[in-house]
Design a protein around this ligand. Sequence first.
Ligand code: AHR
Length: 501
Amino acid sequence: MDLPGATISKHVYGHFAEHLGRCIYGGFWVGEDSDVPNEGGIRLDVVEALKALDIPNLRWPGGCFADTYHWRDGVGPREQRPTMVNSHWGDVVEDNSFGTHEFMALCELLGTDPYVSANVGSGTVREAAEWIEYLTRADESPMAQLRRSHGREEPWRVPFWGLGNEPWGCGGGMGAGAYAELARQYGTYSLDHGDNHLYRIAAGAADADYPWTEVLMQNLGRYLGVGEVSGHGKNTYQAISFHHYTVVGPTWENKGSATDFDTDEYYRTMVKAAEIERIIAGHANVMDAYDPDRLVGLVLDEWGTWFDVEPGTNPGFLFQQNTLRDALVASVHFDAFHRHADRLVMANIAQTVNVLQAMLLTDGDALVLTPSYHVFEMNKGHQGAAVLPLTVRGEAPVHDVDGTALPTFSGSASVRDGHVLVSLSNLDATAPLTVEVDVRGSAVGAPTGRLLTAGSLTAHNTATDTAVQVRDLDDVSVEDGVLRVTLPAHSFATVRFAVDA
Ligand code: AHR
């Protein structure tokens, strides 16, 4: 309590919605004529569920899709919008019925900040610059007038602007140097209009590709006054992203089932999930060498589990179920995000609805809250809170996973508005764990606890069976300033209590 750390950016609880499978179409968007209750075509059950998470930002339109997307195809009367082929995801025809106005309306309904990814891979600098003008300019400029002709008088606020996506792969197959040049060029023409200030995010590394991050740092130019390139510094980029998925394998072609796995596979998944700590630290170390004052943000704008698609579904749609295992993957990630609050400014789960490690699954007019959803909800009190160091005294419990010692306890804590929130995960598949937290430096109020667990690690929710839900945690007490919590096997818990100011 007497050693509060950096503020946990609320944006590490960010989201991601791509034109991929049933994320947008069927997930967020059903169209105005649907029987599913909607506002202007946007599903209201999805909006209501996500509002309970306080989602801070939503990334759109991709992903790989972003580098094929031409925004002018998605504005104006819907019946006149051209179609296109979604070449990355299922090779299906996209009718562009969900475009800029629909996305911004969704953000307004959610009360969330838009994070728009520009097309760097197959678009033009002019196209990107005009999109910003269309979105954010108030006067009689050509793009502001075009926006008005499509029914929106006032500009929107767009705080986050992505300069492409995975340029080393689907975003153009470039090397780091070539992309850095492009990022500087796109950044230069990504203008602030009026009082809208863009936080430009350069597309970054895959996993532990630290050299990629280093090249982007060297290309920041005058923004930092470091690096080898001079130039119009303020409009280059203010943050660098990277992507990291939890993939168990054994191969990319066989990533394993989302629901049908044994205990060994579960532990291997948790070893993979725990790697996020080392990878964030690796990118942060490279950035520290160029930017000791931590002016440049690190953004993990895609993370989550990636398993085989559900049998019988389109392989290009990346639809997977979500079990208690996914929830524990999420809780371990958040602990790492909190510990790196001094550098990690944003993270985006991939993806919010019906794709990969989803918060929500839709089944016709039914809506399913996944176990991962509950972790986001239980942890939302960490958003904007000051991180508190949580150190394990003595020997931490571990499980041997093919020679790797996996710590089976994970936790983090933060303080905000006179309340402490502690998140605790017991990753052991079979044994309960009693944790004693010695809360240093303050008197501790009566704790309340919440628990997420189920009879098995493969437990998941469907439209007809809610096997994984949050319940009160009874086994929590405070004695002489020490918090005592007993966690069942394979469980996640949060404990909240008041402290002296
Ligand atoms: O989230 C699915 C895909 O994974 C994204 O489109 C891409 O950026 C990444 O490879």
